[in-house]
Design a protein around this ligand. Structure first.
Ligand SMILES: Nc1ncnc2c1ncn2[C@@H]1O[C@H](COP(=O)(O)OP(=O)(O)OP(=O)(O)O)[C@@H](O)[C@H]1O
Length: 263
């Protein structure tokens, strides 16, 4: 007896089918399919403006889909209410803008979907401490976020996404503008989450330090899916078609080989 694809590969946690979206009457997503199954770690790649952030924002409902279907945990996104199961790390501007919130307050705000606005209990405070500890920021809990570096900001945003103990983590360029030390902390944090079975969709410019964690890469170009398959693990980003690459032993003045996947 053979099972269905879902029985064999696990239920999709994310299912986007033929999704279109417009921004300012400009078509930005032009019919994308994106499936992420439980326990998978999928990188969403593509050149600037290819629609990566828009795809993620459509998924969580910040941008309306023009057509197609979007499901989270098997539920149409419109009727999905279980947001404590989802941790979202937006593309970083700043954790709190001009608001003088503390690190702990920002992280605690990520717990609201789970507490449903009841009073915080000991378990919630422990979860905040645990999430800050995961990203190496427990000693900064009482500091204003305005006192943090870019990389520390990003760690706080990731702690905020982790504090509800989500099953699905969606991150938009978590490594952008982050110093090396913070990148290593973030990669280790993510490794731990993945080991615990968390499903991850991560928008990246390059696989970088997260490369060993990535099961599959979906590459967008001009709002369409150009590639959906295993990322080339052994040699990293440089092996992805489209990465301009001049071989070190190539004759001087040689043209980079371009296959156009990421550019
Ligand atoms: N509010 C908006 N109104 C109109 N067009 C927009 C708006 N926001 C984004 N766009 C355009 O939509 C396209 C896709 O943007 P999106 O941010 O999804 O791309 P991206 O792949 O995430 O790029 P990046 O790597 O630069 O973040 C871009 O051409 C962008 O200029």
């Amino acid at each position: 007896m053979t099972g269905t694809e879902d029985e064999i590969m696990g239920e999709p946690v994310i299912a986007m089918r033929k999704v279109t979206a417009e921004l300012g009457s400009r078509p930005v997503l032009r019919g994308i399919d994106l499936t992420v199954r439980a326990g998978e770690v999928v990188a969403l790649l593509g050149a600037n403006g290819s629609g990566k952030s828009t795809a993620v924002r459509t998924l969580i409902g910040q941008v309306p889909a023009g057509s197609g279907t979007v499901e989270l945990f098997g539920t149409p996104r419109r009727s999905f209410r279980d947001w404590a199961r989802v941790g979202y790390v937006p593309q970083r501007t700043s954790a709190a803008g001009g608001v003088p919130a503390t690190v702990a307050e920002i992280v605690a705000s990520g717990r609201l979907a789970r507490t449903r606005f009841r009073f915080f209990r000991g378990a919630d405070r422990e979860a905040v401490h645990r999430a800050l500890d995961l990203v190496g920021m427990a000693d900064r809990a009482k500091d204003p976020v305005t006192a943090l570096s870019g990389g520390q900001h990003q760690r706080v945003l990731i702690a905020r996404a982790l504090v509800s103990e989500p099953e699905l983590l969606i991150m938009d360029e978590p490594m952008a503008g982050v110093d090396l030390a913070s990148q290593e902390v973030l990669a280790a944090t993510l490794r731990e989450q993945v080991a615990q079975g968390t499903t991850v969709l991560v928008v990246l410019h390059e696989l970088g330090p997260l490369e060993p964690l990535i099961d599959r890469a979906v590459v967008l170009r001009d709002g369409c899916v150009l590639h959906d398959g295993p990322p080339p693990r052994a040699v990293g980003q440089h092996a992805l078609p489209g990465h301009d690459h001049v071989h070190p032993h190539a004759p001087a003045g040689a043209e980079p080989s371009r296959t156009g996947l990421l550019s």
